[in-house]
Design a protein around this ligand. Structure first.
Ligand code: MG
Ligand code: MG
Length: 259
């Protein structure tokens, strides 16, 4: 079943999504070599609770923390730990909150210290994939149009597109239908209508597309051990049929620019 949201429900999702962006900005402030992903998790959980919301990931399917922190070859679903981040690492920080019965879910991949040119290119292209995907999130378009946009841009830059993990609908549940793959064919799949809210989240690998799960039961890593990037926005198909981005990287990037 695919749920379509009212304008009021979309406003609530937007509030939750914006709180995620503010939480990720708090995380951005402290990211540097020597900091651990558990430090990031602690800051995030406190900030979410101080804003009268609940961490959306904590306890979800048994997940032990408030953030998914995925370093270098980890793609998504990394569990925060006490290992210090090193100069040249990248870390995808994925955060969900639940507030007023609706979830927000957004992710940003951060550079730790000085990162190599090829990894910076990976981050730029992954973010461009997200922007191109959002452009396709329109009434009358199909889910395959979103996947095609991501896949085409990533592969034409020589990067691998993860198949096993996908974006999703978002609302009263963290993961709703439809699935939003980062690959696909133009004109195929579910036809989008106003009121649909999607979490669009390209996961793009520097090397090959293949991934595997670690023994911790959560962390997804690249099989070739090369880095992977991940950016996620929540997007509503608005009443006039156009994409409305509900989450925001603005607060995050304000922090990064001033660092
Ligand atoms: Mg997410
Ligand atoms: Mg998501």
């Amino acid at each position: 079943m695919i749920f379509h949201k009212t304008g009021e429900e979309i406003e609530r999702i937007k509030k939750s999504s914006l709180l995620v962006g503010k939480t990720l900005a708090e995380v951005a402030k402290i990211i540097k070599p020597g900091v651990t992903t558990l430090d990031l998790d602690k800051i995030a959980e406190e900030f979410i609770r101080d804003n009268n919301a609940l961490p959306g990931f904590l306890g979800y399917g048994g997940f032990p923390n408030s953030l998914c922190t995925s370093v270098n070859s980890a793609v998504v679903h990394g569990i925060p730990n006490d290992k210090p981040l090193k100069n040249g690492d990248i870390v995808s920080v994925d955060c969900g909150v639940l507030m007023n019965d609706f979830y927000g879910d957004s992710a940003y991949t951060f550079e730790v210290g000085e990162v190599s040119k090829e990894v910076r290119d990976l981050l730029r292209v992954t973010k461009e994939c997200l922007e191109l995907a959002i452009e396709q999130a329109r009434a009358g378009n199909r889910i395959g149009d979103i996947g095609y946009a991501v896949q085409n841009h990533a592969e034409s830059n020589g990067f691998g597109v993860v198949r096993e993990l996908v974006g999703h609908g978002l609302g009263r549940s963290l993961h709703e239908k439809p699935e939003v793959p980062n690959y696909g064919k133009k004109g195929k799949g579910h036809k989008m209508k106003p009121g649909l809210v999607l979490a669009i989240e390209p996961m793009i690998n520097l090397g090959k597309k293949e991934v595997k799960q670690l023994d911790d039961g959560w962390t997804i890593i690249t099989k070739d051990n090369l880095p992977s990037a991940h950016f996620e926005h929540d997007v509503a198909i608005s009443l006039d049929g156009s994409p409305e981005v509900l989450s925001s990287f603005e607060e995050i990037e304000k922090v990064l620019i001033n660092k």
